[in-house]
Design a protein around this ligand. Sequence first.
Ligand code: NAD
Length: 505
Amino acid sequence: MSDLAKNQSLASKYLERFKQNTTGHYIGGEWTIGMQGKTFDNSSPIDNHYMGKIAEGDSADIDAACLAAAKAFPAWRDMPGAARKKILHKFADEIEKRAEEIALVESSDCGQPLRFMRQAAVRGAANFRFFADKAPEARDGQTLLQPEHTNITLRTPIGPVGVITPWNTPFMLATWKIAPALASGCTVVHKPAEFSPLSAAILAEAAEAAGLPAGVWNMVNGMGEEAGKSLTEHPAIKAVAFVGETTTGSKIMVQAAPTLKRVHFELGGKNPVIVFDDADFERALDAVVFMIYSLNGQRCTSSSRLLIQSGIRDKFMSALENRVRKLRVGHPLDPDTEVGPLIHSSHLDKVMSYMDAAREQGATITVGGERITDLGDGNYFQPTLFSDATSNMRIAQEEIFGPVLTALTFEDEAEAIAIANNTDYGLAAYIWTNDHARAMRLSQAVDAGMLWINSENNRNLPSPFGGTKMSGIGRDGGDYSFEFYMETRNVCMAHGTHKIPVLGK
Ligand code: NAD
């Protein structure tokens, strides 16, 4: 039996129950298919076949989940950090126990190749362990002495929070938001993406098995416009942590305004990778290919704009073309597959529409540009490389969110900076040069929340993660996450020596 056949057979074993039973919501420690019993169909990106029914939550289900989170909040908030730490480590144990299942279900549900999704559970568990260890100290603030007063700052969890996640790496992203929220003492209502709902159900089961008290974490499936919207409007919810498209972020800001919620947005990107003539050619080439064609290009930090210096342009482009042509597109459960099917047929249409945009505006489709039909009915698309592009073209401005790279040429440092910054987005940037002084100048001049020098995206949980401009508001990672999920309170104590102004005596 081939490795693909083995993985398919294992995956179908794990997926069978989702096909047979409606995947419900997890509210107040109970599984439910919702007040109205409304459902929507989940389909596979691999062949667009039916994968099962998902409960479609509405405002009444969201209300029940928010009230459960509000009810559970005081006890969870008041539980000593060390006790929360223990439970969250158990949560991580449960995730690790189900690593194979999570990888196979996630890969089948969202089309991301198994070679990348193998890490989903490991990374998800690591998110829980990292923030679990920080839970006991999360409340500690600073001591700020004055001659006649002592100030101490305390942090308290903000309250029940809403977490709304996208479909591109659903499991990892959900844990990345939920782990710090729970560690800080908040309770959570999670609304997973409707295109990839399955791994969120496994996460809820892991929470249950870990003994997370009822109501501390609730999960409601459904559409963004209904379930998501109601969550952002609910008065019991004090903050919304959202990962998704920039336009959705704007809507959420409006929806959350009447209840004055704190918002944290991780949004889209059109991230530049800038390769100077003096860069390590082979390492830069590997990283350029990896950072746009891994995870099907459906990655917020993907380097979707290549800025290549004129001195090495021809040599680099010809090596790059070669590599893009050789990328292995295939079934996501095949261990050899490097690029899998896109999440949904509607997303495939969106990605394909950029082929016309490229042609209309005068760019060249150097590699790819076509839908792949000989792999069946799935949403397969050829890895694509655009050249002869200029910085104002739509393919250099808009987030395509597929395995599609737009190459642009620059002459010098000033032009590289100008092109890099000519975008509404500011999530990530990658700089390849062996001139360290230049790297330092660019790290200040290129407007992005995260810059990597001579590296692809490198995950480090304590480092701040997030974007500038239309790529987001706020940072995740380490203490930055606690800043979002907690209120800082200042307590000022007099030493009994200072003079109090006297009035009316
Ligand atoms: P999306 O904005 O369409 O959906 C994200 C989530 O928001 C889904 O759960 C959806 O149901 C919900 N939603 C939709 N409308 C809503 C509304 N009015 N109110 C409340 N919730 C609503 O995004 P997507 O297509 O699922 O994901 C792709 C996007 O996510 C890309 O733009 C990508 O760059 C971005 N992303 C960003 C990061 C980051 O860290 N910056 C990480 C991953 C993905």
